[in-house]
Each structure stands twice: as structure tokens, then as C-alpha cells.
Write a protein that binds this ligand. Structure first.
Ligand code: ZN
Length: 508
């Protein structure tokens, strides 16, 4: 059989994969609705709907007919270039099938149901700042993760199995030294650059600005950077996220606080970066596993690029200030771009990860990963988690935790069973800085951003990152785009450069 005509088995495979992709999009729509529109009383029913859908997806992915098609295509694919889209499609599909087959359908559905219910338990526990009300739901999640991990024996480390869900191929052996070296670089940097704890916050973006005015101002900024009203939506959500439902259907969210325009603006830019990644995946990959983002670490590198590398950089802020002066008249009288640059690059050790500045942020991640590994190794019991959390915050950030809501209960991830996820935030920050070095070499990026020209950056990201979808592994993608494996140095150098420019560090 020639490699130029598609064998019938491939046509049948594509039909099955398109249906699986549609089912995945329907699941995404349920998730989007749950987090934007759904009344809270629907949570138990939504948990059942999500579990039912998961059972259907799991059934189709583990259907022996699908594996038979892959087997039938083996001789054909052997003649293809291993980097061709067809060869990669088969490899990625086989990987998905082999992982799904290992997990019994009941366990897969149970994990999905527990995720929806665990989020509800977390919400209630957080509202009362009481970990004991979350304890049983979390213990259930840890137990389910142990059962999931057991499906993949033998493995080098149990946490490797969980990391692989979010960052394919990542291992503890690789992650632990990376985070240790990052921690060693960051702790003294925070000490040297941080404001003393009682310094008043910079108030430049605190308004007050009416929510409707903020919504209009943020929309204008997002449309300038690349939000397309014909194919995107922007809605409010208490915990902002992005969801791609299909080609031409990108949903992003942000949150509004009358006294914090920065929150709406930077969450909006962050989620825009996620949305743009999915919007720019090669249309030829649509409704196949290649048409999906390759990993959460790479995904986060894209959100951080727009939120931080672009959004908190001096060139962009000069342009932004002009925009804000027009859309929020009177709100920025007497404010200069350098003032804004210093205000959005303050360094202050704090309790809440999502509000943390770029310098302290990754220490929040380091502490979560340390605790998760200890839980999975059995060195830490669920009941001891709040105390271990509080001690780690004190050790890494030098602040003391007043209650569980501002401590161990602050993030939804553990309620949803997402153990192994947090590391991808730091991988994203590191990868964004490493990609940015390359952007700076290839584009006249500072001048472009200062003029409000975003098309060249969007095109660069499409070419080097977005369009590939899952065609390359996260590691391959980064090596192709930057010439090397993930390193901490580009991030630390970027951070030091910015802290010097903001007058927080003396040049070395
Ligand atoms: Zn993100």
C-alpha cells in the first residue's frame, strides 16, 4: 500500500476519533456551563452527567475495534516518515488508547463523579475556612489517585503516573532537581527585592472602576491583542479559565472587582493566551487527537506570555496606558507608564497563589508539589496536611497562615482530584521565558508591543508552538522552538532584568 493514499482503516479510524473529539467538546461545554451559568443546586446532577459522558468516552476509547484499526495500520505506518502528521496521529492515539485500557471503566467514571462532588465539598469547606469539612472528600481523592496509579504498575515513582496526566513524559526524577534549583534561586531574590510586609500596595489600578466600564476596557484591550468577537466569548467567572469547544468557539472568562481593574485585565490577558493557543492549532488536525494542546505546561507558557512577558513589560504598558486613558477617562490622570510598570511588578510574599507576583509565584508551586509527592509516597497523612502546609508557607515565603481558606483550601485542584497538576504552572513560567528569548531574537518585539502591534507575535507563536497541537511531545516542541531542553536560567535572568528595571534590585 502506498503512503500517499489513505487506507480505509485510516478513514474508519478518523471517523471514530472525530466522534471522540465531539464527545470531548460536549464535556468541555458542560464544564464551561458549570463554571459560568449553572445554578449551584445542579451540581449533583451535573456530576452524574459528566460521569455518564466519561463512561461513554472511556468505552469508545477502549473499544477493541479501535485497537484493531491501529493494529491494521501498523504495516502502513511503518513506511511513513515517523515525524509525519499521520505517523504522529497513530502514535498519539495508541498512547491514549493504551492509557485508557489500563483504567477500568468504573474507576474512570468514579474519578469523574468524585471530581465534581469534591469541588462542591471544597467550596463549602473554604467558605467556612475549615479543613475538617473537606478532609473526607480529599481523602477519597487521594485514595482514588492511588487506585489510578496502581493501574500503571510498574513505575519508577507513583507521582510520575499523575504528572503524566497533565505533562506527558514528565518524571519526578526530572522535576525535583529543577524545582530545587529554582527554589534556591528564588528565595534570595525574593528577600532582596520584596517590599517590607507593611508597605502599602500600589493603587494605580484599584479605581474604583464600575464593572461595566471595566468590562468594556478589558474587551477593547483583548480585541487589540487578538480576541476575535466572531469566534470567541468573554464571560465573567469567579475562577477564570479558558475552554476551547471547537474551531471558531473559544470561551474565555475573567472576574471583576470594582476595586481591582488589574485582576480583570491580567486574568483576561492570561486566559486570552490560553485561548489563542487553541485557536491557532492547525485546522487540518481538527477533530483528531493532534488538534489538542500538547500539555498543560506548554498551555500555561502561552497564558503567561501574554499576562507577564507581554502584559507586565514596559513596552506594552506604555501602549496600555494610552488605551486605558481613552476607555476610562480621568482614571489615569497624572500616571506615567513607568509608574504603572513599577506598580504591576511589585514583589510581596503573600498567601494566595493566584494573586502572587511573578517573583514569589513559583514558591507557591514548589510547596504544593513537595506536599503532593509526600502524600503519594505515604510520608504525609491527609490529617497532617494543614499543619504541613502552614509550615511550608512560613519556610518558603516567610508569612504565617491565618486560616485554612487562605492556606490549604485556597485552590480548587485537590477538591477536583487534580494531583500532579500544579507543577505545570511553573513549567509554563519557565517555558515562557525560554521561548521569549527566542522571540526577542526573531522579532523587534519591544518596538512592536510599544506600538500596539500584536500580529507578529501571534504569528510567531502560531508557527513555533500553536499550530503543532500534539504533533510533537512537549519536550520535542520546546527543543524545536528554542534549541534546548527546559532550563531555569532564562526565567531567572528575565526576572532579575525586570527587577533591576523596576528599581528593586541593583544590577549585578
Ligand atoms: Zn492558566
Amino acid at each position: 500500500m502506498s503512503a500517499t493514499t489513505e487506507p480505509t482503516a485510516l478513514i474508519s479510524l478518523r471517523e471514530r476519533l472525530a466522534e471522540l473529539s465531539d464527545l470531548g467538546s460536549i464535556g468541555s461545554l458542560l464544564f464551561w456551563d458549570q463554571n459560568t451559568m449553572m445554578p449551584p443546586a445542579a451540581a449533583p446532577a451535573r456530576a452524574e452527567q459528566a460521569a455518564t459522558l466519561e463512561r461513554i468516552v472511556h468505552g469508545r476509547l477502549t473499544d477493541p475495534g479501535l485497537a484493531d484499526l491501529l493494529d491494521a495500520l501498523e504495516p502502513w505506518v511503518a513506511d511513513l516518515d515517523p515525524e509525519s502528521a499521520e505517523a504522529r496521529l497513530l502514535a498519539v492515539t495508541r498512547r491514549d488508547v493504551e492509557k485508557a485500557v489500563r483504567v477500568p471503566a468504573d474507576l474512570a467514571a468514579e474519578i469523574t463523579r468524585a471530581s465534581a462532588l469534591g469541588q462542591q465539598a471544597w467550596l463549602e469547606a473554604r467558605a467556612s475556612a475549615d479543613f475538617t469539612r473537606f478532609r473526607d472528600a480529599f481523602a477519597r481523592q487521594v485514595d482514588l489517585r492511588h487506585r489510578y496509579v496502581a493501574c500503571f504498575a510498574p513505575f519508577e515513582h507513583p507521582y510520575d503516573v499523575l504528572l503524566d496526566v497533565f505533562e506527558p513524559g514528565l518524571t519526578v526524577a526530572e522535576l525535583r532537581p529543577l524545582l530545587e534549583r529554582l527554589r534556591e534561586g528564588l528565595v534570595p531574590l525574593v528577600r532582596a527585592a520584596a517590599d517590607p510586609p507593611d508597605t502599602p500596595r500600589h493603587r494605580l489600578l484599584d479605581g474604583p472602576f464600575e464593572v461595566e466600564d471595566q468590562r468594556r476596557a478589558v474587551s477593547l484591550v483583548l480585541e487589540a491583542v487578538g480576541f476575535d468577537p466572531d469566534g470567541w466569548r468573554l464571560d465573567p467567572a469567579p475562577h477564570p479559565f479558558a475552554q476551547s469547544l471547537a474551531q471558531g468557539d473559544i470561551r474565555i472568562t475573567t472576574r471583576y472587582d470594582r476595586h481591582d481593574l488589574g485582576s480583570a485585565l491580567y486574568a483576561g490577558l492570561h486566559e486570552f493566551g490560553h485561548g489563542l493557543y487553541e485557536a491557532q492549532i492547525d485546522p487540518a488536525f481538527k477533530r483528531t487527537p493532534l488538534g489538542e494542546p500538547v500539555s498543560l505546561g506548554i498551555h500555561e507558557s502561552q497564558s503567561r506570555t501574554w499576562e507577564n512577558l507581554v502584559g507586565r513589560g514596559r513596552p506594552f504598558l506604555g501602549w496600555l496606558l494610552g488605551q486605558l486613558r481613552e476607555s476610562l477617562p480621568g482614571g489615569f490622570d497624572g500616571v506615567g507608564a513607568d509608574d504603572l510598570f513599577r506598580a504591576v511588578n511589585a514583589v510581596r510574599p503573600s498567601l494566595i497563589r493566584v494573586d502572587a507576583d511573578e517573583t514569589t509565584y513559583n514558591l507557591h508551586v514548589v510547596l504544593r508539589v513537595e506536599l503532593e509527592i509526600a502524600l503519594m509516597e505515604g510520608r504525609l497523612e491527609v490529617d497532617d496536611l494543614p499543619a504541613a502546609w502552614n509550615a511550608a508557607v512560613e519556610r518558603l515565603l516567610g508569612v504565617s497562615v491565618p486560616d485554612d481558606a487562605q492556606g490549604v483550601l485556597q485552590d480548587v485542584h485537590w477538591g477536583a482530584g487534580m494531583i500532579g497538576y500544579f507543577a505545570t504552572y511553573t513549567l509554563g513560567n519557565l517555558a515562557a521565558a525560554q521561548l521569549w528569548e527566542r522571540v526577542r531574537r526573531d522579532l523587534d518585539i519591544d518596538a512592536q508591543l510599544a506600538r500596539g502591534e500584536f500580529a507578529p507575535l501571534r504569528a510567531w507563536l502560531a508557527e513555533h508552538v500553536h499550530r503543532h497541537g500534539r504533533r510533537y511531545t512537549p519536550r520535542e516542541l520546546l527543543v524545536r522552538a528554542t534549541g534546548g531542553e527546559l532550563r531555569i536560567e532564562p526565567f531567572l535572568e528575565y526576572l532579575e532584568g525586570k527587577l533591576v528595571a523596576a528599581g528593586r534590585l541593583r544590577a549585578a
